[in-house]
Design a protein. Structure first.
Length: 191
């Protein structure tokens, strides 16, 4: 096991896994996850995604956030403390938003909804955010399922930008009170 880089000193525990610091040894898993067709379609990562991008993410971007050099704190999602990277989850303070992705090996097992619940619950106890927001591009049903399972209230579709091109986005929010906001709508059918 490689040593963790700058990040949280203690894991945040969920019922299916935990949130930890990223490690140097996670570079290959980040590269694998961010070069899938789904990642190229839905994430705001470079296309094509190269090894240098994964190295910069793990070695520079993530530690810089934990040092306070930008407003995003990123955790690794693992099933056990010494287990492989299954995904990442970030909380962005400026936009009060959660973002996430899973490695293909971790998909379809409830890991992400558990990780989002753990991170948002942790944020409720550590931050003064009145709510946490989430958004995804229209068509990203997997991300919508996670937000719904993690207790977010659906707010509808709004215009957004994806790689500089206008594209509609689904939006949801999870107030720290746990109560659905007045403007909440029924979740669309997620088949």
């Amino acid at each position: 096991m490689t040593a963790p880089l700058a990040g949280p000193s203690l894991p945040v525990l969920g019922s299916r896994g935990m949130l930890t610091a990223l490690r140097e040894g996670d570079v290959d898993r980040v590269l694998e996850a961010c070069t899938t067709p789904a990642a190229e379609r839905w994430l705001e990562t470079p296309v094509p995604y190269r090894r240098a991008d994964a190295e910069a993410f793990v070695r520079e971007f993530v530690p810089a956030g934990w040092r306070g050099e930008h407003d995003e704190r990123v955790w690794a999602i693992r099933e056990s403390l010494h287990g492989p990277l299954m995904g990442v989850l970030g909380l962005r303070e400026g936009s009060v938003e959660v973002g996430f992705w899973l490695h293909p090996e971790g998909q379809g097992r409830g890991l992400m909804a558990d990780a989002v619940r753990a991170a948002v619950g942790h944020a409720d106890g550590c931050l003064t955010w009145p709510e946490v927001r989430w958004a995804c591009y229209v068509g990203n049903t997997a991300s919508m399922r996670v937000a719904k399972a993690a207790g977010f209230s659906y707010l509808g579709v709004r215009e957004g930008l994806h790689r500089g091109v206008p594209e509609q986005q689904h939006h949801a929010v999870r107030p720290s009170s746990g109560e659905a906001p007045a403007e909440a709508l029924p979740w669309p059918d997620l088949g």
